[in-house]
Ligand binder design. Structure first.
Ligand code: FAD
Length: 504
């Protein structure tokens, strides 16, 4: 095999992004390239990012992670979805659960029959047809049982909550065992090539100690700083704060309380929202808010007043700006993680965006140099996913009927991106959602949020009318009863963890 042009891969930063990139590349590149992670203990990591979505299972499989070991090492718990409290109106509560709603039968999707029966007063709330929601309410969990045919138990979709610093440590151990080198030190600057081959490319980073680390491909995982992609290459940032005005967070862990819930909770407050992420040894909490609408002191007081257990530290402030880097890949630098952009964690999507970027980098791996076409495709893909997730997050804010603060009134009245407006219009007229080009969130996710936040379509699909009314009613009841029986069968979430993957 001929020697590839790219030999040295330098990963700048060792947070979740840096170590996920290192773990994935060291696995798929099988020792043919030198991979080095450079991180600074003094700077540290952002230290949050503990809730995920089901696609992370694929990442874990690719890098060869054993689920039970991973859960033990990261104090993890299982996640069936996100419960949203106070989002449509104060007092509302719904879940965006993972996996299916109902059971497919006949011609159109389950939700269309449900819409018809709801209008006739013959349907129960949508969540009663979701195993994720019903199991969450009962604090039950088990992974899918593929031997159970077409039972809802064979299709349980789930993700994880974990301790972010333990996850990075776990991935580091795994990566170092696969040959990844680690350098601790603070990077002061990068140097770029002058004339000759690849002018403008970054050729090395320089540490405070004076050490110079050369590379062919640089993966910028330096967090919000964007050390290479922004500070060195000045790529530019597209600001989305006019749609998503929250710009600060306060994070605080608190003591665990029973039961160990298998879901994330997001509770809307006066000018933002609070996350609750249950782990085995503590609960992670944070208040994401708009500094233009409330003070830091008020945000902290709200956070502390809404904890389930005793706080284990003082609230830690984090500042951010929502938006994306204009290019995620420029020259020989690929930005992964917070260096490529930021969307608030309302739907736990940032770690997924890391996974997606790493997957794209693998798909377009530049072993023999850098192709402008490949780079353009990578950037198109990255923008598409950022924009579609942005729309989904905006949906939660925009679709509210709250009248208790200017924050919520402004969100309800703002104009939204055309791509989101089209989705809202389609749903409003016939209850339809169209998933385009493999965007991250499927129909079922959009429907749960739109219904959960009280958007009732004017009509349902005409084909849902063609079935006999009584048969449709029985079909819905049958689904509900099967789900209830399945939930009875499932073990308690805490008991499942105690049996399979309790931290030592
Ligand atoms: P960081 O964790 O900031 O790591 C940056 C790395 O670069 C560090 O190792 C640092 O030492 C190094 N570095 C920086 N500068 C230098 C330098 N000069 N020299 C040497 N090293 C340097 N995502 C989710 O999926 N789910 C969530 O629930 C979630 N919650 C979040 C809540 C908040 C409030 C925020 C802000 C983010 C959240 N995220 C969440 C996003 C998630 O935290 C990040 O996607 C994830 O942690 C990856 O961060 P990172 O590795 O890109 O950056």
């Amino acid at each position: 095999m001929s020697t590839p042009l790219i030999q040295d891969i330098v990963i700048v930063g060792g947070g979740t992004a840096g170590w996920m990139a290192a773990a994935a590349l060291s696995t798929v590149l099988r020792g043919r390239y030198r991979i080095r992670v450079v991180e600074s203990d003094e700077i540290g990591t952002v230290g949050v990012g503990e809730a995920t979505i089901p696609m992370i299972q694929r990442f874990n499989r690719v890098v060869g992670i054993d689920e039970n070991e991973f859960m033990r090492e990261t104090n993890g718990s299982f996640k069936l979805g996100i419960e949203f409290v106070n989002w449509g109106r104060v007092g509302d509560r719904y879940m965006h659960g993972f996996g299916k709603l109902g059971q497919d039968l006949w011609t159109v999707q389950f939700e269309q029959y449900w819409q018809r029966m709801r209008k006739l007063g013959r349907a129960q709330p949508l969540e009663q047809y979701s195993i994720a929601r019903m199991a969450s309410l009962a604090n039950k969990f088990m992974p899918p049982r593929t031997d159970l045919g077409n039972s809802p138990l064979s299709e349980i979709a789930y993700a994880y909550h974990f301790d972010a610093s333990l996850y990075a440590r776990y991935l580091r151990k795994l990566s170092e065992a696969r040959g990844v080198l680690r350098t601790e030190g603070k990077i002061t600057h990068a140097t770029r090539r002058g004339e000759g081959a690849n002018p403008g490319h970054v050729d090395a980073i320089v540490l405070e100690s004076g050490e110079r680390i050369a590379g062919d491909l640089f993966i910028d995982c330096s967090g919000f700083r964007g050390l290479l992609i922004e500070q060195t290459l000045q790529t530019g940032f597209e600001d989305w704060t006019h749609w998503l005005p929250c710009d600060r967070a306060l994070a605080v862990p608190c003591e665990s309380v029973a039961p160990l819930t298998p879901y994330t909770r997001s509770t809307a407050h006066r000018a933002g929202w609070q996350w609750r992420i249950p782990l085995q040894h503590r609960i992670g909490n944070g208040h994401v808010y708009s500094s233009a609408h409330i003070s830091d002191d008020e945000a902290a007081a709200t956070l502390l007043a809404n904890l389930d257990g005793k706080p284990l530290a003082d609230p830690r402030p984090i500042r951010f700006k929502t938006g994306m880097r204009k290019l995620a890949w420029k020259e020989n630098v690929v930005a992964v993680g917070l260096s490529s952009g930021f969307l608030e964690p309302l739907e736990s999507t940032s770690i997924h965006l890391i996974q997606s970027a790493v997957q794209q980098l693998i798909d377009f791996f530049p072993d023999r140099g850098f192709s402008a076409t490949d780079i353009a495709e990578f950037n198109r893909h990255s923008r598409f996913h950022y924009e579609r997730i942005r729309d989904f997050v905006i949906l939660h804010y925009h679709l509210n009927q709250r009248d208790d603060s200017t924050f919520w009134r402004d969100c309800a009245h703002m104009s939204v991106p055309d791509s989101l407006q089209e989705k809202l219009d389609l749903y409003r007229s016939h209850g339809r959602v169209v998933r385009r080009d493999n965007e991250l969130f499927a129909e079922v996710g959009w429907i749960q949020v739109m219904e959960g936040q009280n958007l009732v379509p004017q009509r349902h699909h005409p084909l849902a009318e063609l079935q006999d009314e009584q048969a449709t009613h029985e079909y819905l009841e049958g689904v509900r009863q099967v789900i209830a029986k399945c939930v009875d069968f499932m073990p308690d979430h805490a008991a499942y963890i105690a049996q399979h993957c309790a931290a030592k």
